[in-house]
Design a protein around this ligand. Structure first.
Ligand SMILES: Cc1ncc(COP(=O)(O)O)c(C=O)c1O
Length: 391
C-alpha cells in the first residue's frame, strides 16, 4: 500500500513537492496572485483568447441556449449540433476530411494511441513526448520503443527492430517543455519507408506555428502523410477539450474504438461554443499569430541581451534551465518578488537535472511587460542560481 505521508516527505526532501497556486483573476498577460498583480509568463493561452469577450459571450449564450452540460457520452445522447459544427470547422482549418472531438488532449492521446496500437504491434515514441502520450503507450497493448529526443537514427533503428510488425510513430510537433520542433519531414520519410502509421500531437503548434496558426503539419504540407493530428482546445484556442483530425475511415474507427471518447461525457456546450468562437477569431485575425511570433522573438532577444543562452527564433516556449529543482523554485519565488510569475518545472515533468523555468510569451503581452519580465528573471537567476545564465 502506498505510504502517503512517507511519499510526501520524500518529495519534500528531494525538492519535488508540488502545491496548487490560486489565480484570483481571469487569465491574461497580468493576473492576481496572492493579492498582487503579476506578469503571467507561464500560461499556454498563447493568443490571449481565454478571457476574450467573444469567447465569454459565446460560452454565455450557449449556456442559455444549450445548457451547462451535455448529459451523456457522445455515443449515447451527448452529441449535440455544436459538437458537429466544431468538428467540421476544425477539419476545414486543418485540411483533413474528419475531426473527432475528445474531452481533453490528455484523453485524446490516450484514446488514439491505445486504439491504434494493439497486441503484437510496436509504438515508437520520442523520449520527450508529453505525459499523455507516455500514458497512451502504457495503455496500448503494443511494445513501446522510446527513441532519443529528435534522433532519427534511433527512430530508424527502432523501426528496423519492429521487423515487419505493424508500427505506430507518435511525436509532439512542438515539444511542450523545450519548445523545439519535431523533425517532421524526416519522420514522415521514415514512416513511409517502413510502412508505419504516424500520429502528431499539435497541442503547442495549433494557433502557434504555420500559416494562420494551422500547425506544423500544415506548414510543411504533410496532411496526406500524417494519419492523425491531435490538438487541444485548451491552449491557443482559449477553451477546453481536444480533437483528432484524420480521414473518414480513421474517424469512424476512433468513434468505435477510442475508449476515452466512448466512455466519457461529451464536452459541455459553453466550452464547445467558446472553442468555435476562438477558432473563428484565429481565422479572422491571423495577425494574432504574427504578434505572438514577434513577442516570442522579443522575449528571447531581451533574455539573450542579459546573458541567457536562448536561441533566437519565434517559438513562444522558452526554457531557462536551472538544473537543481530547489534552485528552480528559488528563482521562481525570487522573480515573483518582482511581480513576474514563471512556474518552476521539475521532474518528473522534465528529466532529472533539467529543472527549469518554462517561459511562455503570448500575443497579448506588451513589449514593456516582456522587457520587465526579462529584467526580473535576470535578477532572480543571479540572486538564486548564478549558474542558470551559463546553461
Ligand atoms: C504536448 C501536449 N499534449 C497534450 C496535452 C494535454 O492537453 P489538455 O491540456 O487538453 O489535456 C498537453 C498539455 O499539457 C501537451 O503539452
Amino acid at each position: 500500500m502506498t505510504d502517503v505521508a512517507a511519499t510526501l516527505n520524500e518529495l519534500r526532501c528531494a525538492g519535488l513537492y508540488r502545491e496548487l497556486r490560486v489565480i484570483e483573476s481571469a487569465q491574461g498577460p497580468r493576473v492576481r496572485l496572492d493579492g498582487r498583480e503579476v506578469i503571467l509568463l507561464c500560461s499556454n493561452d498563447y493568443l490571449g483568447l481565454a478571457n476574450h469577450p467573444a469567447l465569454r459571450g459565446a460560452a454565455a449564450d450557449a449556456a442559455q441556449k444549450w445548457g451547462a452540460g451535455a448529459g451523456a457520452s457522445r455515443l449515447v445522447s451527448g452529441n449535440m449540433l455544436l459538437h458537429s459544427e466544431l468538428e467540421a470547422e476544425i477539419a476545414a482549418f486543418k485540411a483533413y476530411d474528419r475531426c473527432v472531438l475528445f474531452g481533453s488532449g490528455f484523453l485524446a492521446n490516450i484514446g488514439v494511441i491505445a486504439a491504434l496500437a494493439g497486441r503484437g504491434e510496436v509504438v515508437l515514441s520520442d523520449e520527450l513526448n508529453h505525459a499523455s502520450i507516455v500514458d497512451g503507450c502504457r495503455q496500448a497493448r503494443a511494445e513501446t520503443i522510446v527513441y532519443a529526443h529528435r534522433d532519427m537514427t534511433a527512430l530508424e533503428h527502432g523501426l528496423r527492430y519492429a521487423a515487419g510488425r505493424p508500427a505506430l510513430i507518435v511525436t509532439d510537433a512542438v515539444f511542450s517543455m523545450d519548445g523545439d520542433l519535431a523533425p517532421l519531414e524526416q519522420i514522415v520519410e521514415l514512416a513511409r519507408r517502413h510502412g508505419a502509421r504516424l500520429v502528431v500531437d499539435e497541442a503547442h503548434a495549433t494557433g502557434v506555428v504555420g500559416p494562420g496558426g494551422r500547425g506544423l503539419v500544415a506548414a510543411l504540407g504533410l496532411e496526406h502523410e500524417v494519419d492523425v493530428v491531435i490538438g487541444t482546445l485548451g491552449k491557443a484556442l482559449g477553451s477546453y477539450g481536444a480533437f483528432a483530425c484524420c480521414n473518414r475511415a480513421m474517424g469512424e474507427f476512433l468513434v468505435n474504438r477510442a475508449r476515452t471518447l466512448i466512455y466519457s461525457t461529451a464536452l459541455p456546450p459553453p466550452t464547445v461554443a467558446a472553442a468555435l468562437a476562438g477558432l473563428k477569431l484565429l481565422c479572422e485575425e491571423p495577425a494574432r499569430v504574427t504578434r505572438l511570433w514577434r513577442n516570442a522573438l522579443l522575449l528571447r532577444t531581451e533574455l539573450a541581451a542579459r546573458g541567457f543562452a536562448v536561441e533566437q527564433n519565434e517559438m513562444p516556449i522558452v526554457p531557462i534551465f536551472v538544473g537543481d529543482p530547489r534552485s528552480a523554485v528559488e528563482v521562481c519565488e525570487q522573480a515573483l518578488r518582482d511581480r513576474v510569475f514563471a512556474q518552476a518545472i521539475r521532474p518528473p515533468t522534465v528529466p532529472a537535472g533539467t529543472s527549469r523555468l518554462r517561459l511562455v510569451a503570448t500575443s497579448v503581452h506588451s513589449e514593456d511587460e516582456l522587457r520587465q519580465a526579462a529584467r526580473a528573471l535576470s535578477k532572480a537567476t543571479q540572486y538564486a542560481s548564478p549558474q542558470a545564465h551559463q546553461l
